[in-house]
Write a protein that binds this ligand. Sequence first.
Ligand code: ATP
Length: 445
Amino acid sequence: MSAEVVVGVNGIGKAYQIYQRPQDRLKQFVWPRLQRAIGTPARNYYRDFWAVRNMTFELRRGETVGIIGRNGSGKSTLLQLICGTLTPTEGTVEVRGRVAALLELGSGFNPEFTGRENVYLNAAILGLTPSQIKDKYDEIVAFADIGDFIEQPVKTYSSGMMVRLAFAVIAHVDADLLVIDEALSVGDAIFTHKCMRWLRSFQERGSLLFVSHDTASVQGLCDRAIWLDQGACRTQGAAKDVTEAYLKYSFQQMGGEAIELRELDGKREAVSDDAPAVSYQAHISAEPNVTDARGWNTGHAEVVSVLLENVSSPDAGHFEGGEIVRVRIRAKAHVAIDRPILGFLLRDRLGQDLFGENTLPVTNLAPKPIPAGGNAEAMFQFRLPHLPNGHYELMASIAEGDLYNHVQHHWLHDAVLVQVSSSNVRYGLVGLPFQHVDMRVVDDR
Ligand SMILES: Nc1ncnc2c1ncn2[C@@H]1O[C@H](COP(=O)(O)OP(=O)(O)OP(=O)(O)O)[C@@H](O)[C@H]1O
């Protein structure tokens, strides 16, 4: 296995023994031994069911690979084979480095132990020494953010709390490979954002295997994807190509035999007709979160308030896509800041950057120094895009310097929490204000 390969899966397969009737299990236990003892050929009372078969692939250092497929297609089995919690019936798996896995909910936890005891147990299983665990314990607990429940038995946890604790542990064990099985979907929006942010920073140094039914997550997070179908690899390749093929297959399955989805070559004539505009009503609320926001600071300057407000009614607290809004960021300089830059960025629940801006376009040529103890306010006015339903975070920061060389003095990941509901935008990251959508039957036979 080359030095760059973190996981090498070679012709791996896992077969389970399936018994037609309960008594066959007993027969299988007794007869083959007896038959061997008397020297007659032993017969089996089960059939092999291959949950995974003939899988071969490599995961390279720094790569993120997504695994998609229908229920029962073998995704969890494959991950367990890679993590070593299942033994392959055939083939080999080689893994280089420390592997941390978030598999089935609660697996790896002893329900009778408290959160604290489970942190020690899990981190030790993952190879940390007791003193390393002691050093990281406070960080793990802060990341999990489950309050006093950390001293309660894990059997009293909600599924969200369980995943918080499990993720907090795997995020602090310096793993080379992370294996994550769908588990994040039970966390709440704020925690999912936090995990996605953490995963994106982890991707810069480690490798990730990620199972999800959500093709958008796989496209957003993964370089490559593997589509499993009935235990076998149906296709693997660039995440975009594989997820598109899977999506087409899923729609085909939903439509049944009555519908045939055929590939289009993209060379069709444009249709241009007058039609009514699409209405994109949605409820968007924005909750300022500066005091509870996560991030970092140098102590030189501080973002003191961030508001997303409707220009026509700033106190309303809610608005719609397509309206003119503004982001107002107020910052205080604790020492003199010669070349301040204030900026913001809106991110979706997967941590994908949707849009943002900073003051460099106006301050790069004409810096506006803030004296020590002074304040500055930046305002960005724009037409709010139409957004799909979901939770978003508005990041805000104050930095010092220029485009290429700057120090971020105060960075708040979630300075404003934005929630969009009842949106008509169903596809993509943002919706466009379509001017015409129409359909007519054209009789050109
Ligand atoms: N212990 C077992 N004994 C017999 N069959 C098993 C066992 N564990 C899993 N299977 C079977 O193996 C197949 C693959 O299961 P697996 O859990 O890997 O699928 P999956 O793709 O992760 O499914 P899901 O998306 O529903 O989580 C399924 O048909 C399942 O019924």
